[in-house]
Design a protein around this ligand. Structure first.
Ligand code: ADP
Ligand code: MG
Length: 398
């Protein structure tokens, strides 16, 4: 019914034009009407037609071609808010940034495949979407997919006996953006299908961008031929330096509507590691609870408790892990103690480092990062820590 509104309107004024508009798909919305032209030529005609008349339809009129519309509706999975404009650039990420803008604008021409790796929270996913958004704006067909989704999708197609359809879908894209490629590990069938898609796209100069938390050489349980493809283009690391971290903190404070106060900036800087997600979290918390101060003594007591707890678990003395040591066993316990201070107590890196006799907060950041890495890689270690954490929380309650 509604669909006729626009045609009725045209018919009243122009019997000739309505015949042409009948060949359009017409989408009536509450605030506008979208005319989807069967071809580019029709689109051009419609645009001219509307421009050359005093039009009083009461809603705005948009004209698209069917091809454009299809591309728009294509399930790219892109997040629009991740773009190049709101990505803060500094020393440790400017090269990656430049490469990404190049790939987004001229996919398949210079860096193919592009492999970006680095720790969590450094903006890898953000950049992948930024590439996709830019390319999409220039008319390229883009698919963004975390590798685990890619794998689930493949299995679903496979179960339905439609693996050809799966391959077909990926053979028509201009840019494939694959996130968290480390999760390919052990997924043999997914690797086989990805290899096919890779070869197919590569031979047609279609762009492939891969993101991972580690260098291709450090990926585990992934076929050699796939690894060698990953390494075949540009492999580049993304990092974060102090200066960039500072700029990011300022940008995020503005974004969250907070004042650019020196004390606040320093507080965030010292209480977060090299991880933008953590910075965002800290600012959000700060917005709600404000800066916690005058709790130093209290915190000192808590940290001591954690250190004693950790020491006891590893059959060491607290003073052993408070000092630096070369002994593997002690380094390990010391790092775990620092990690527990961070996640269970939520105290700042500065406070942790200070307690462990370090003037510089980076030593605590480093230790926490080491433990996080081990949690990711080593299942036994992960169980042990989950247990420790739970136990510690229980003991702290009593
Ligand atoms: P990764 O994929 O490397 O773990 P993300 O891309 O998910 O990290 O980034 C985590 C959060 O930090 C996102 O909200 C992202 O927008 C933001 N972020 C990361 N790097 C930057 C940057 N350089 N400038 C602005 N925001 C950033
Ligand atoms: Mg990510």
């Amino acid at each position: 019914m509604e669909r006729q509104d626009f045609l009725v309107f045209i018919e009243q004024t122009d019997k000739f034009a309505v015949g042409i508009f009948r060949q359009f798909r017409i989408e009536e919305r509450s605030d506008k009407v979208i005319l989807i032209a069967p071809t580019e030529a029709y689109k051009k005609w419609a645009v001219e037609y509307i421009k050359s008349r005093v039009f009083n339809y009461g809603k705005s009129i948009e004209v698209r071609s069917a091809e454009e519309k299809e591309r728009e509706n294509y399930p790219s999975n892109l997040i629009e808010r991740y773009n190049f404009d709101n990505f803060v650039v500094g020393k440790a990420n400017e090269l990656v940034y430049k490469v990404c803008t190049e790939v987004g604008r001229y996919p398949g021409t210079s860096f193919n495949p592009l492999f970006i790796y680095g720790n969590v929270g450094l903006g890898k996913t953000h950049l992948l979407h930024a590439i996709g958004n830019m390319a999409k704006a220039h008319g390229y067909k883009v698919i963004y997919s975390p590798i685990s989704d890619f794998s689930d999708e493949m299995i679903a197609y496979l179960k339905n006996g439609q693996i050809e359809a799966f391959r077909g879908k990926y053979s028509s894209v201009d840019i494939l953006l694959l996130d968290d490629v480390q999760f390919l590990s052990g997924k043999e069938r997914t690797q086989i299908e990805l290899f096919r898609i890779f070869e197919n796209m590569y031979s047609k100069d279609k762009q492939i961008v891969l993101v991972s938390d580690r260098h291709p050489k450090d990926l585990k349980d992934i076929s050699d031929r796939l690894i060698s493809r990953f390494e075949g283009g540009l492999v580049i690391e993304i990092g974060l330096d102090d200066e960039t971290k500072l700029s990011i903190i300022k940008q995020k404070l503005i974004l969250y509507g907070m004042p650019l106060d020196d004390k606040v900036i320093r507080y965030i800087f010292e209480n977060t590691g090299y991880n933008v997600r953590e910075i965002e979290g800290a600012i959000r918390t700060l917005k709600v609870v404000g800066i916690k101060e005058n709790q130093k003594e209290e915190k000192g007591k808590d940290i001591r408790f954690v250190v004693e707890f950790t020491a006891k678990h590893f059959k060491l003395r607290p003073e052993d892990i408070k000092k630096e040591s070369k002994e593997r066993r002690i380094i390990n316990a010391r790092q775990i103690a620092m990690y527990l201070c961070k996640v269970v107590l939520g105290v700042s890196y500065v406070e942790i480092s200070r307690y462990f006799g370090k003037r510089d907060h980076t030593s605590a950041i480093y230790s926490v990062k080491k433990v996080e890495e081990k949690i990711k890689e080593d299942r036994k270690f992960r169980y042990m820590l989950t247990f420790l954490e739970r136990q510690l929380r229980k003991e702290m309650e009593t």
